[in-house]
Design a protein around this ligand. Structure first.
Ligand code: FE
Length: 344
């Protein structure tokens, strides 16, 4: 944008998530997308760092013979997925979304969110280091295991166009492409692909195993549910600001992509937890993934596809940080818990 001196102040009515008319992305006022500012404040209130969580019990347990081969594999596999997902998320925010978003308050949250994705990658690195895992194996898993690869590939395919330097919003096609990226990123990557891995980790926690790592993942899940809410709010705001983009065709395509992603997530759960774990079997995972997918669809006004009951109702309890914190007594620092967040 070329800067000119002017006493005319930005008009709130011209603020848009994308394609803000005469968009001044430098000044925060006047704020229109208040959900973004609220998310920014909640993110700060929920600030945490991986190094604040005690890992000693996990280190001792991992060194002992108290974990089965299946349990070790399930843990490493979920960790392998997380490492890739958060890096892809960070890249998408910084390289694809930020540049095209013309709402300064949304940009503020995107900066906060990007930092949180870095904290998550830090957490995985901290777990790897604490337990003495093979970092090469964990961080390269998305290239070595086909079900990890398929999920990463699915997401990256939709990033390609937006990452391109020549990509600009402002036409029907490119605006739809941007909206598609947002749906894939928020609803599918952050909203579906994380969830069977979350379930596995909380499975450990329910057995009182690897509680330090599980606590790390609890904080990550709290951040991720905020990211997801923000993404849903952006999608719904774009729908209001540019309703012409939300065509029947587009809706059908989004539903179809969510269904494809649900299949990939189901395959992933079957591949990586073939015998189930802690009483969670492949069937349970399938139902859980379907339940989650339906929630994501409904959040942006798309029709539910599965109508499946949640087989893991304890997932929302697993995210109750204050309870877990007192139970395990692993933390000394108090952070505000996000009472208004959608945990699932
Ligand atoms: Fe995220």
């Amino acid at each position: 944008m070329s800067l000119k001196m002017s006493e005319t102040r930005p008009d709130i009515n011209k603020r848009r998530i994308i394609n803000g008319e005469d968009a001044d992305v430098i000044q925060l006022h006047p704020m229109k997308h208040n959900f973004a500012w609220d998310a920014y404040l909640a993110g700060n209130a929920n600030h945490w760092l991986p190094t604040e969580i005690a890992m000693q019990d996990d280190i001792e347990l991992w060194k002992s013979d108290q974990l089965t081969a299946d349990e070790r594999q399930a843990f490493e596999t979920a960790l392998g997925f997380f490492t890739t997902a958060d890096s892809i998320a960070a890249n998408n925010l910084v390289l694809a979304l930020y540049k095209h978003v013309t709402s300064p308050e949304c940009r503020m949250y995107l900066l906060r969110q990007s930092y949180e994705e870095a904290i998550h990658t830090h957490a995985y690195q901290y777990i790897v280091e604490s337990l003495g895992l093979d970092g090469g194996k964990i961080f390269n898993m998305y290239r070595e295991k086909s079900s990890h690869f398929s999920k990463a590939k699915f997401i990256l395919t939709f990033n390609e166009g937006i990452f391109d330097d020549s990509f600009h919003t402002g036409t029907f096609e490119t605006d739809q492409k941007f909206l598609e990226n947002l749906c894939i990123f928020s609803l599918i990557l952050e909203g579906i692909f994380f969830y069977s891995s979350f379930a596995v980790i909380f499975g450990f926690q329910r057995q009182n195993k690897l509680v330090g790592s599980a606590e790390q993942i609890q904080y990550i899940m709290r951040d991720e549910s905020q990211h997801l809410n923000f993404g849903i709010n952006m999608i719904n705001a774009i729908k209001e600001e540019q309703p012409e983009l939300w065509t029947e065709d587009f809706q059908t395509r989004m539903v179809d992509l969510v269904k494809q992603a649900t299949e990939l997530e189901y395959k992933y759960a079957q591949d990586v937890f073939p015998n189930g774990i802690f009483g969670m079997n492949a069937d349970g995972f399938k139902q859980y993934i379907e339940h989650v997918a339906d929630r994501r669809l409904a959040a942006v006004g798309l029709p539910k596809q599965y109508h499946t009951k949640n087989p893991f109702p304890w997932m929302s309890e697993a995210a109750d940080l204050s309870k877990e914190k007192n139970f395990f007594e692993t933390r000394v620092t108090e952070y505000q818990t996000g009472g208004t967040l959608d945990w699932e």
